[in-house]
Design a protein. Sequence first.
Length: 163
Amino acid sequence: MRVNMSVNGVEVSDEIEPRLLLVHFLRENLRLTGTHWGCDTSNCGTCTVLMDGMPVKSCTVLAAMASGSQITTVEGLGANGELDPVQQGFIEMHGLQCGFCTSGMMLSARWLLDHNPNPSEKEIREAISGQICRCTGYENIVRSIKWAAAHSQNSGVQQGVEA
């Protein structure tokens, strides 16, 4: 079957098997390997992307179900050669170690900041609660998102928010 969607602002179209998962479509068909494939059971959240502005675990979505949607992967966060404040926050506050969960964490953080520009620590922890980081105690991840919140407000970044 043919699927058509916007991925990181680029229209894509491809012939796929109806049972192909979105995570595999992104990684194998489009070669966007920033979306990681972890558990295949929707427990870890490493495969989180934004679908029509909402975080989804791409291992639970068929590519066919995403046809007609707007998909944002970690590769689509930055613009004009500049990092998104979320990406920069993870650098500044050491919010990653091995990096495996990072792309999913960043997309959940971007969604949170687009909808709540000044989240509390509790709200941040709730927003990333569907994702597992096996390397950290989440402290630096939370600090990274707080850093991004402070710098998103200054830069006016509001990606994916509909007026």
